[in-house]
Write a new protein. Structure first.
Length: 211
């Protein structure tokens, strides 16, 4: 299968080594998936045109994703659903796979396409070694796409971080409001200005194993 070339001139900044990276579009990335370019054990996502390895899954991460998804489903109103570890399309260049996404509509609405940023109310990542990427590059991509709320379950610090009020573009994109909730706190779930309830942080964190 032929991989389509980009249809317009790309601005490709040089790295510190002088190498100019080639950026893939989402369309090219999907063609590569269709052509079985990646092995079964490869798990990559597209961020800003660059292929990025996803964090390897392990029990504490899986626990956090499963628990948070279940708690969200118990609070969401009709017209919203939760996807776990499924792609969303942020732009021509970015197709990340957030651990959790709260999406408008029904699953059946997306049988032939990925949800777009405008259809996502909340994204969440469960982070351990991936925290620098989740707090850095991913945060900027979600903020630039104007996703209203970004949650990070910070496993090492045993806290849940909530980022809201996205602003800016590109590398200057950020979330203006940041709230940190410790293990004993309850996080308010707000969607389109509606208060839907509270999620206890301790329920999302794996129990501490005492030696």
């Amino acid at each position: 299968m032929t991989i389509p070339m980009a249809t317009q001139t790309q601005t490709r900044p040089r790295s510190s080594s002088g190498v100019v990276p080639y950026r893939l579009t989402v369309r090219q990335f999907l063609k590569m998936i269709d052509a079985n370019v990646f092995r079964d054990e490869d798990h990559v996502e597209l961020l800003g045109g660059i292929l990025v390895d996803k964090m390897k899954k392990y029990p504490p991460h899986n626990f956090g994703v499963g628990k948070l998804a279940a708690l969200l489903r118990g609070l969401l109103p009709a017209g919203w659903f939760v996807n776990e570890e499924k792609p969303i399309q942020l732009s021509r260049w970015s197709r990340p796979e957030p651990d959790i996404a709260v999406i408008r509509g029904r699953l059946d609405d997306y049988s032939g396409r990925d949800p777009t940023a405008a259809e996502v109310g909340i994204v969440a990542e469960v982070a351990d070694s991936s925290y620098p990427k989740d707090r850095g590059k991913k945060s900027r991509k979600y903020g630039a796409s104007k996703i209203p709320a970004y949650w990070i379950v910070n496993l090492p610090q045993r806290q849940l971080e909530v980022y809201t009020a996205p602003t800016g573009r590109g590398k200057s994109a950020t979330y203006q409001d940041v709230k940190i909730y410790g293990a004993d706190a309850a996080v308010p779930l707000t969607l389109e200005g509606r208060d839907l309830g509270r999620i206890q942080v301790s329920e999302v964190l794996p129990p501490i194993v005492k030696s």
